[in-house]
Design a protein around this ligand. Structure first.
Ligand SMILES: NC(=O)C1=CN([C@@H]2O[C@H](COP(=O)(O)OP(=O)(O)OC[C@H]3O[C@@H](n4cnc5c(N)ncnc54)[C@H](O)[C@@H]3O)[C@@H](O)[C@H]2O)C=CC1
Ligand SMILES: NCC(=O)COP(=O)(O)O
Length: 327
């Protein structure tokens, strides 16, 4: 791999700039290019007492050999307003989205091998009047991908989601035979291509308590989930379920399972974050580019203090390197 990985710094008032600078103080597996405002990074480095050298990403060393620990290449993207750590400002929402646009364009053109995202604050982008529900949905839209799948991985546990950032009340209607079929096809294909698992075993959760209790606690399992699994099994996929979610994450149930498909965000992610918060990685499957991210949010309470844990960003970079090698 000779191309650098783009790392977007995320919400400027959050811990994204902090963990990016902390990471650049350590040796990296490939050259990194920070997509961020250079003065923001310089100010934050001073707050964190990090003796880091920021160089222009146009410098030839940035794209080829990279730099030793303590030097970070920056593709400058100007803030719209000065930033105080911990204080959100909707005026900077266009800046956050511009950093993503630069990374996406660079991945599509082949300038970057992959993009890794530091956390952004979804609410402040909405407060700026811009409809936005998450990186996952934004990347799908900007790359013209009709459906993508969010998957988080922590150690040996992988949890994918059938729906992403949706109000709970909208979840049942979003799980249709078509949407679930498309999600499972992407998950199966990327388990093979990106994770090198030739015949992935996927455990699929039910939507309702006890997977619907034979129809007495909801009918989505009978009318939607089970028929989809049956059809896809006949095309050769190894699918288990629909399983009651409350016992699906016990060690016995997880034995031999390569990934779990949860029906919604808070059915799957609390378990994953309990298992590995701080070292888990968020991956968007189904995109024409490689994108990974941290497992945490903007942690405004920690920004500029030097107490944020940068472990998940290190894992996200390592995962992006592995996935970029799969083409
Ligand atoms: N990939 C992304 O862009 C993500 C963005 N978010 C966004 O972040 C914002 C804040 O979300 P919250 O629910 O408050 O979650 P959060 O992850 O920012 O914070 C939850 C708790 O974990 C702590 N924490 C988070 N990251 C940490 C780190 N690296 N080291 C040490 N402690 C850490 C925080 O201090 C806080 O106590 C929301 O707007 C949310 O949408 C949330 C998750 C992922
Ligand atoms: N809980 C995961 C999360 O909110 C990250 O979403 P995204 O911004 O990566 O789409």
């Amino acid at each position: 791999m000779t191309h650098p990985i783009a790392v977007t710094a995320g919400e400027p008032a959050g811990i994204g700039p902090d963990i990016l600078l902390m990471t650049a103080m350590q040796p990296q597996p490939v050259p990194l290019v920070a997509i961020a405002d250079r003065d923001l990074l310089a100010d934050r480095a001073r707050s964190l007492n990090l003796d880091i050298r920021l160089v222009d990403a146009a410098d030839p060393g940035a794209a080829t050999t990279g730099y030793p620990a303590g030097t970070l290449a920056v593709r400058h993207c100007p803030l719209r307003r000065p930033v105080t750590a911990g204080q959100l400002d909707p005026h900077n929402a266009p800046y956050v989205l511009e950093t993503l646009d630069i990374a996406i364009a660079g991945c599509l053109s082949g300038e970057y091998a992959a993009m890794v995202t530091c956390p952004l604050q979804k609410s402040v982008i909405n407060d700026a009047g811009i409809p936005f529900s998450g990186h996952t949905e934004y990347l799908a839209e900007k790359t013209g991908t009709p459906r993508v799948v969010m998957l988080l991985a922590a150690g040996g546990l992988r949890v994918a989601l059938a729906t992403t950032h949706l109000p709970l009340a909208d979840v049942p209607a979003a799980i249709t035979r078509d949407s679930l079929t498309a999600t499972l096809r992407i998950l199966h294909a990327d388990m093979q291509r990106r994770f090198g698992i030739p015949a992935p075993r996927i455990a699929v959760l039910g939507l309702n308590p006890h997977a619907g209790e034979g129809g007495h606690l909801g009918r989505e399992e009978i009318e939607t989930i089970a028929p989809v699994l049956e059809t896809l099994r006949s095309s050769g996929m190894s699918l288990i379920g629909p399983l009651p979610a409350d016992t699906a994450f016990t060690p016995r149930a997880l034995k031999g399972v390569d990934t779990v498909l949860a029906m919604y965000h808070d059915q799957g992610l609390p378990v994953l974050k309990y298992a590995g918060f701080g070292s888990a990685v968020n991956i968007t499957l189904g995109l024409p580019i490689v994108r990974t991210s941290v497992d945490h949010g903007t942690a405004l309470d920690l920004a500029g203090k030097g107490t944020a844990d940068a472990g998940s960003l290190a894992e996200a970079i390592s995962q992006a390197v592995r996935m970029a090698k799969t083409g």
